[in-house]
Design a protein. Structure first.
Length: 305
């Protein structure tokens, strides 16, 4: 164990105890959260019988509305803003008639696009045939990154063009370079790199966003528990990683350019026991971190100090 020069510093984040204003709206297991920084909205995906699958809050914590149609078991969620409007992408790992898909919705829940074949678990031989797709990240250009494999047959990272054609695809089941065991979350930095939480291999792998070439991996910070979620802070100086089994948010120093090296933990936020943080998102305007907690069945907001 080496000690980073930041260890003695003050806390970097504090819990916003007033968010949300009405936590009783969380009635299922809260699996994912996405921030629309442009419009000040927070989308929460939850699971359960007879519960609304998507809840929408304001960044101040007021409940606005919910929607439910064609969402079976949300796993990952992402807000994509363009000059013409915003949309919400959801990965659905359900096994019923809507599952194994990646879907795009309007902010009010109107289904706009379906990738994959609803209800059919795919094989890795066909690019747009998903098996429990875990997470999605969409760039400003409309190019899409999907990690496909929340325990299904596929263990892969897929990049699609803005018209949903395969640009590149990488990954098979395994522990070697560029292989995955449950690729669980994906994000893209400002320097042309794709970061994947390779959960059951207890590492983060990094790829070139243009070519899909493997650039490196981080494993030194994950001996206790694998990474569940990867999101950058607004300045791209840090990577926020959720570790579900040890109820922790790890704050890692992000390398600007050049060598990936290994991870340096700058700070951590220890959550309460049995909180089980699953996926996180960062407000790229305010810097706030939102944490979807399966165990606590809530989303919590942490604000930078």
């Amino acid at each position: 164990e080496y000690f980073s020069p930041w260890r003695g510093e003050q806390q970097m984040y504090k819990l916003d105890i007033g968010w949300p204003k009405t936590p009783e709206h969380f009635t299922g297991q809260t699996f994912c959260v996405a921030v629309d920084s442009l419009h000040g909205l927070v989308y929460v995906g939850q699971r359960g019988d007879n519960v609304p699958k998507v809840l929408v809050f304001s960044e101040e914590g007021y409940f606005l509305h919910s929607w439910n149609d064609t969402v079976e078991m949300p796993h990952g969620i992402f807000v994509w803003n363009t000059e013409t409007g915003s949309s919400v992408w959801i990965t659905d790992v359900g096994t019923g008639k809507y599952g194994h898909t990646v879907k795009q919705y309007s902010p009010l829940g109107k289904l706009m696009q379906v990738l994959g074949t609803p209800g059919n678990a795919g094989s890795s031989l066909i690019p747009l045939q998903f098996d429990q797709p875990a997470d999605i990240f969409v760039e400003d250009t409309g190019e899409i990154y999907v990690v496909d494999g929340d325990g299904g047959m596929n263990n892969r990272l897929l990049k699609l063009s803005d018209d949903y054609k395969e640009i590149w695809l990488t990954g098979t089941n395994g522990s070697g370079i560029g292989q995955f065991k449950i690729p669980h979350s994906v994000t893209v930095d400002a320097f042309g790199r794709v970061w994947v939480a390779d959960r059951d291999n207890k590492r983060i792998q990094v790829f070139d966003k243009v070519t899909g070439e493997w650039l490196g991996s981080w494993s030194g910070c994950f001996s206790e528990d694998g990474p569940y979620s990867v999101r950058f802070t607004a300045d791209y100086k840090y990577l926020i990683v959720a570790q579900l089994n040890i109820n922790r948010l790890a704050i890692l120093a992000a390398p600007p350019v050049g060598s990936i090296g290994d991870c340096v933990m700058v700070h951590s936020v220890q959550l309460a026991d049995e909180t089980k943080p699953h996926l996180v998102d960062v407000d790229m305007r305010s810097g706030a971190i939102y944490v979807a907690e399966i165990g606590a069945q809530q989303v919590q907001k942490y604000i930078p100090l």
